[in-house]
Design a protein around this ligand. Structure first.
Ligand code: ADQ
Length: 729
């Protein structure tokens, strides 16, 4: 609001300066015109009686001359006339001629609001002298005042109208969102200051929304159709190639011998799959299913989604040893803990690094095989492929390579502990654009480049130039598809609640909390269960009434840190259950299994509260999925402030997951939150996720890619021309 007041004040001040400037100019012009008019008027008046005046003057009849002069002064503006001889004597005058005015040079310039004109008179033989006419210009003052009043009133009305239009426009555009937010921030449900987003985050969000509105041409929500049109319009409908470790559909042969298709529990897949459905193209990924080889053609390709077949998956095969080194070893024991502040020590082994290099090369080769133009668009995904951009660039120098890093990027000092930090950075700088979820991650990346490489950094343009190649570093906060496919296909909220409560053996009047994650130590699952335990300690009224269901998909179980986590979570749930269980009621339901998306959404729709407690997370799509699932606008999101999502979902109850007092209070607040407040918060978050959906995320990257490609093509053509000129010279 204060910036709006400042804007209006500057506007009014600017208009006032403009008004005074205009007034000064008009007055000056008016005076020049009037002076010219006065001189003309004097000459006309003299000319009309010239013959009679000359006759009397030559005859020396100055009394008669005075009479003629008096006749001339009948013009109301001509006040007095004097006849001055060539030697400066006053020969005749009218009665109003000022006694103090001699026939000298200064007399012709007395100043004030009078105008003095001198009209020379010639006789038959020689010049006679000069008629000096004094005109009254006080009418000019009246005229100037009238014009000044008119201009000031006109500018005043204009300034008031412009300020009003500015204020109304600004209020209307932000009113919906900001009112909602203000209402929530000031609401009495929680203690003041508790569970609220940092104002800095809210400000950043507002600025982001404002700049993005200006950035993207075209208004309205992003849809698959709009994304497709963007691809057609900006990139001539070209096919997109995605490189990602995880494939979107896994063919798995079960114990009964049948092959089923699984959706992996992966935020990356959740986000990118709808984009590929809309754009078409090829997804190059590790073929990890035990029936994957049986379902591809001779070139390792299979069309998906089953029954729809809108794009291709190109599977790349890895041996168990390669997978252990590249995926489990370097990627998940090295880079994953390096990039997350979650107190796990990274492990770097030379053999893992060699596998990582080799597999990056294999994926780069697969990309080159899949493209059919020399400047394709390739979207490289995540920390498994830091080297691939440079390797692809070596084979396809004109490719547009966008690399998106789905996890946080640590500060430069921390990143520097990786023995191959410079190679990783050089690999990534093969990209045209490197994208992160937040500006903070972009800043950390630039900081790491600054510390470890000889590169030129343009912080204003957010560009790094290394070995004469420039790479833009941009924030693209990821999201989910909207309208969300799984939410649309889900049964009604009442039905979901009935079926989930039946599965968990809960009575209809129970309250349900839900957590949905891969079993990963960065997700803060132990801290979440401890917060639930603290809730029962501090608020015994929830015993027997509240159950927390944790859907935990086993993940990276070949790594010791993950199998330990698995055991810890199981032991913790068992301890809490033992401590508080009463009759058939258990406080925690640990559902340690992969759940297909329809099941995950059933749980979201049944929940009174969903708790996302990541200790550090790039974005966290579970939070956004929960919001998408709640088309009934009920349910409360308790969200860790260490997620990227916390910068956008500012209406969630924000907590520090390490602070068990705060987290348990937030759970209690959520469980007693009035319906009207739930609706306000959920509606506001749904509006944001609907607009900032994954089609927008992809659209922004593709528009940036198109601009980049247009620039590259132009500079390519210029280089060709210059080389051609050099050759002909
Ligand atoms: P992830 O670490 O995988 O993603 P997240 O973004 O929360 O984390 O996505 C998890 C996905 O897996 C969701 O779609 C969820 O529904 C699904 N899932 C979770 N548990 C499941 C279960 N038990 N059964 C089945 N499905 C389950 C990484 C980064 C994130 C970033 C994404 C996208 O770590 O910070 O948001 O990439 O960029």
């Amino acid at each position: 609001m204060s910036s709006l007041i400042r804007f209006v004040a500057v506007l009014v001040l600017g208009l006032a300066v403009l008004a005074y400037g205009a007034l000064w100019l008009v007055t000056q012009r008016l005076r020049e015109w009037e002076e010219g008019d006065a001189q003309l008027r004097a000459e006309l008046a003299v000319n009309s009686s010239r013959r009679a005046v000359v006759k009397r003057w030559e005859s020396g009849n100055f009394a008669a001359l005075s009479d003629i002069l008096r006749d001339i002064t009948r013009d109301e503006r001509i006040r007095a006339i004097g006849a001055c001889s060539t030697d400066g004597r006053l020969l005749a005058k009218t009665t109003d001629w000022p006694a103090s005015l001699p026939c000298s040079g200064e007399a012709l310039n007395p100043g004030g609001r009078v105008h003095v004109s001198a009209v020379p008179l010639d006789g038959e033989a020689a010049p006679l002298g000069t008629l000096v006419l004094i005109q009254d210009l006080t009418f000019l003052e009246r005229r100037e005042h009238a014009i000044r009043d008119f201009l000031l009133i006109a500018f005043g009305i204009f300034a008031a109208a412009a300020s009003l239009v500015t204020v109304v426009a600004a209020r209307l555009s932000w009113r919906g969102w900001s009112n909602q937010l203000r209402k929530l921030l000031l609401r009495g449900g929680a203690q003041p200051g508790q569970f609220q987003p940092l104002m800095r985050d809210v400000r950043e969000l507002v600025e982001k929304l404002a700049t993005e509105k200006e950035d993207l041409e075209g208004r309205g929500t992003w849809t698959p159709q709009r994304l497709k049109q963007t691809l057609e319009r900006h990139l001539e409908g070209e096919r997109v190639v995605i490189v990602a470790n995880r494939e979107p559909y896994i063919h798995q042969r079960g114990a009964d011998g049948h092959i089923t298709v699984k959706h992996p529990a992966s935020g990356l897949v959740t986000a990118l799959e709808p984009v590929m459905r809309a754009c078409g193209g090829t997804w190059v990924a590790h073929g990890s299913g035990n029936a994957d080889r049986e379902t591809v053609d001779a070139k390792g390709r299979v069309r998906v989604p089953p029954g729809e077949e809108s794009y291709a998956v190109r599977r790349v095969w890895l041996s168990a040893e390669e997978e252990a080194g590249y995926y489990y070893g370097f990627s998940n024991e090295g880079l994953w803990p390096l990039c997350h502040v979650a107190h796990a020590r990274p492990t770097f082994r030379i053999d893992d690094w060699r596998h990582y290099q080799a597999i990056n090369q294999r994926f780069a080769d697969a990309v080159v095989e899949e493209v059919d133009v020399e400047d394709p668009i390739v979207l490289i995904q995540d920390y498994h492929f830091a080297l691939a951009p440079k390797l692809i660039r070596e084979r396809l120098p004109r490719a547009t390579l966008i690399t998106f890093w789905h996890i946080p990027w640590p500060n430069g000092e921390r990143f520097g502990i990786c023995p191959w930090a410079t190679q990783l950075l050089e690999g990534l700088l093969g990209s045209s654009i490197v994208g992160f979820h937040t500006q903070q991650h972009c800043n950390n990346f630039i900081d790491a480049v600054d510390r470890l490489l000889e590169a030129r950094i343009d912080r204003d343009q957010r560009v790094v130039v290394h070995h004469q190649r420039s790479t833009a570093v941009r924030a693209y906060p990821i999201s989910i598809d909207w309208p969300n496919r799984w939410a649309k296909e889900a049964p009604s909220v009442a039905e979901c609640r009935r079926s989930v409560f039946a599965e968990l053996g809960l009575p209809a009047n129970a309250q349900l909390g839900v957590g949905v994650d891969r079993l990963d130590y960065t997700k803060g699952i132990e801290e979440r269960l401890l917060a639930v335990e603290r809730l029962f300690e501090r608020f015994p009224q929830y015993r027997g009434r509240f159950t927390f269901a944790q859907l935990a998909a086993p993940s990276r179980t070949a790594i010791e840190r993950y199998s330990r986590l698995n055991d810890n979570v199981e032991a913790l749930a068992a301890r809490i259950n033992q401590r508080f269980a009463e009759g058939r009621w258990k406080p925690i339901a640990l559902l340690r299994a992969h759940h297909e998306p329809p099941d995950v959404f059933r749980y979201y729709r049944a929940a009174d509260v969903t708790y996302v407690s990541s200790l550090h997370d790039g974005m966290n799509l579970v939070a956004k999925e929960y919001v998408a699932a709640r088309d009934d606008e009920r349910g409360v999101l308790v969200l860790s402030s260490f997620t990227g999502a916390a910068r956008e979902l500012t209406e969630a109850l924000m907590v520090n997951p390490y602070d068990l007092e705060q987290a348990s209070s937030a759970l209690a607040t959520a469980l007693t939150m009035p319906e009207a407040e739930q609706v306000d918060r959920m509606r506001s978050m749904r509006a944001l996720v609907a607009e900032y959906n994954v089609y927008r995320w992809a659209g922004r990257m593709l528009v940036d890619a198109a601009r980049h490609r247009a620039r590259e093509r132009l500079s390519g053509r210029l280089t060709d021309r210059l080389l051609g000129l050099e050759r002909t010279a």
